[in-house]
Structures are given as C-alpha cells and as structure tokens.
Design a binder for this molecule. Structure first.
Ligand SMILES: NC(=O)c1ccc[n+]([C@@H]2O[C@H](COP(=O)([O-])OP(=O)(O)OC[C@H]3O[C@@H](n4cnc5c(N)ncnc54)[C@H](OP(=O)(O)O)[C@@H]3O)[C@@H](O)[C@H]2O)c1
Length: 322
C-alpha cells in the first residue's frame, strides 16, 4: 500500500484499503462456532472489533482490567444486538498473576479458543514500573501478551486439532515500531529509568509485538501446528490510547488529518486478519490498511525474535520465583 492509497482509501491487492471498515472486510463471513478473546475490548479499536465479531456471530470474551467499563460496553452491544454471545473476564496484562489467573479462569469455562486478539495497550506513559517491577509499556504491550498467549496455546492447539479449523493470533502492533531504541530492544536496560523515552519505549513494545508473531510462526511451523500469527498496524485513530499525549496528538492531527481514520476503519485490519478466508495459511506477516506490508529491518530479524522470546521467558520465570 502506498502513501497515496492511504490518503485516497484506494483498495490494495486484498480488495480492501484504508477506507474499509471492520464491517466491510467481514461482510458475508459467518463466524458462528468460533470463540475469540479480545484483550482491551472495552474501548477504542478493541470495542469496535468486539462489536463486529459478535455481529458475525462469534462468541467473544473481553479481557479487561476495568470490568465495570467492559460490562457497560457489553450492555451497549447487547442493546443493539440482543443475541450477541459476549462475556467479560478480568485481566490486567501488566500483572503476571492477573494474566495467569485470567488464563485459568478462561480454561475453567471449558470453551474452545479459535482466535486470540492481543489488542490491549498503553502508549507514551511516563516512566513507571508494573507491580512486578517491569517498565509499564513493555509489561503491558508485550510481556503480558507473551505470557497470555503461552498460557492459552495448549487450548488453541487442541481447538485447532479437534475442529480442523485454523487458529489465529492477531497482535496489535503499530507503525511506531520503527521508532525504537538503538539495537531494537534494550535488553540490558529494560527497566532503567535513565535513558527512558516514553516514545521509544512504546516503539520498542510495538516492535516486540511483531517479533513475537515472527517467533510464534517459526515455532508453529516447526511443530506443524495449525495456528497462524500475524501483526497489524491499525492506522492512526483518536482513542483513549492518546491520554498521555492528548495535546501532541491533537496538534499532529491538525497537520496530518488526511491520514487519520475513524474507529470502524481502525478496527478493519484486525478483523480482516482475524477472520478473512484470503489469509488462510498466512503467518508471520505484518498488515496495514488490510494489506501486507514489510515492517522495519529489526522486525524482520529472526535472531532478535528468538532472543526476545528467551528473554521474555526468563523474565517471567525470574518474577514467578520471587
Ligand atoms: N489508536 C491508534 O492510533 C493506534 C495506532 C497504532 C496502534 N494502536 C494499537 O491498537 C491497540 C488498541 O488501541 P486503542 O487505540 O483502541 O486504545 P484504547 O482505546 O486505549 O484501548 C486500549 C485498551 O487496552 C486496555 N488496557 C490498557 N492497559 C491494560 C492492562 N494492563 N490490562 C488489560 N487491558 C489494558 C485499555 O483499558 P482501560 O480502558 O482500562 O485503559 C483499553 O481497553 C493498542 O495495542 C495500540 O497500541 C493504536
């Protein structure tokens, strides 16, 4: 997709473009029988993703740190769509114990799991450590989703095996993955306040989301697992994500208004990658405006993806032992 297609909304090879909405890209798709988890599904892009997935008859479980807000969102959707199959479970991705508990609570429901949408995120936070002592953007955007995905993998594999339906994992990354620290991930300084940049830390966490999908894909292909993992950049959309940089983002929008999307357009690439039959068998890719796009060289670095995987595993096990 070129810059011109982004502005004009012209469809790319997939037949969809930046102007396509989540409803457009899922038109005619029957998702009944599919169970989907959407993290952070109570606001912004996640909420629209949930609305459209239940409209296509999927059973959706929202993982939310603010259960009250998620239940309100659920009621809103049910008012429009009374037959929607929608549940809410508490999930704080910045906490290892909450994420582990969420996975256990989901598994206790004895439901299948076809699709995992790792959507939740925070952006440009001032330096802060999570309850486990991990820098907050890395903890929430990458580490929590890394742990959640691993905790749900057996369930996803069993579902894919017993139904013969391809499982899918969608990681919400960002074009901001290009704006990261030197060497991509600052492994030896991940929790250091000195040298912390709220923008680069966000970029680092979004790079980690792509590297995660890359290494998941390598592992799935090696094991012969019928699950596809892809990353997406949803576009630029004004949502509560901007809470730490409202002024900056509003100013940016004044000068770049022609590349901003509305929320239904913002949820389209997620829904396309999660549901569309065009992408059967496609894994380890990065999508933008409903079309595949080449990410940065760090995001294509297989050795970096493996290193991040091992680093994330070690970090989680060192915290779990405390
Ligand atoms: N909007 C954009 O322009 C843009 C661009 C590129 C990428 N993205 C990515 O798209 C995804 C969705 O963003 P959005 O724009 O829809 O933002 P949003 O409306 O703020 O949604 C993010 C969701 O994540 C949840 N969340 C935050 N921290 C969490 C935690 N520790 N545990 C569980 N849930 C948590 C939030 O819950 P609370 O309501 O409790 O905060 C919220 O529901 C993010 O991953 C973001 O990085 C967005």
């Amino acid at each position: 997709m070129s810059f011109i297609s982004l502005i004009t909304g012209c469809p790319g090879l997939s037949g969809f473009g930046s102007a396509s909405t989540a409803e457009d890209v899922t038109q005619g798709i029957d998702a009944s029988g599919l169970t989907v988890i959407v993290t952070g599904g109570a606001s912004g892009i996640g909420l629209e993703t949930v609305r459209v997935l239940v409209m296509r008859k999927a059973h959706v479980i929202i993982g939310a740190r603010n259960v009250e807000a998620a239940n309100k969102a659920k009621q809103q959707i049910l008012q429009q769509n009374p037959s929607a199959k929608l549940d809410v479970l508490e999930l704080d991705l910045s906490s290892i114990s909450s994420t582990t508990q969420f996975a256990q609570n989901f598994i206790a429901l004895n439901l299948p799991l076809n699709i995992l949408i790792n959507n939740a995120g925070v952006m440009f936070c001032p330096f802060q450590l999570s309850e486990d002592g991990i820098e907050m953007q890395f903890a929430t955007n990458h580490l929590g989703h890394f742990l959640l995905t691993n905790a749900l993998l057996e369930k996803m594999k069993n579902t894919a095996n017993s139904t013969g339906i391809e499982g899918r994992i969608v990681n919400l990354s960002s074009i901001a993955h290009v704006h990261t620290y030197a060497h991509g991930i600052r492994f030896n300084k991940i929790n250091e306040k000195k040298g912390y940049s709220d923008k680069r830390a966000y970029g680092q966490s979004k790079l980690a989301n792509i590297l995660h999908t890359k290494e998941l894909t390598r592992r799935f292909q090696e094991e012969g697992v019928n699950i596809m993992a892809n990353a997406v950049h949803p576009g630029l959309i004004m949502t509560p994500l901007m809470r730490h940089s409202k002024l900056l983002m509003r100013l940016l929008r004044v000068f770049t208004f022609f590349i901003w999307k509305n929320v239904p357009q913002g949820a389209s690439t997620t829904c396309y990658v999660a549901l569309h039959p065009n992408l059967k068998g496609v894994s380890g890719k990065y999508f933008l405006d409903n079309n595949e796009k080449r990410p940065s060289s760090y995001a294509r670095d297989e050795a970096l993806a493996k290193k991040l995987w091992n680093f994330s595993e070690d970090l989680i096990s060192s915290i779990s032992k405390v």
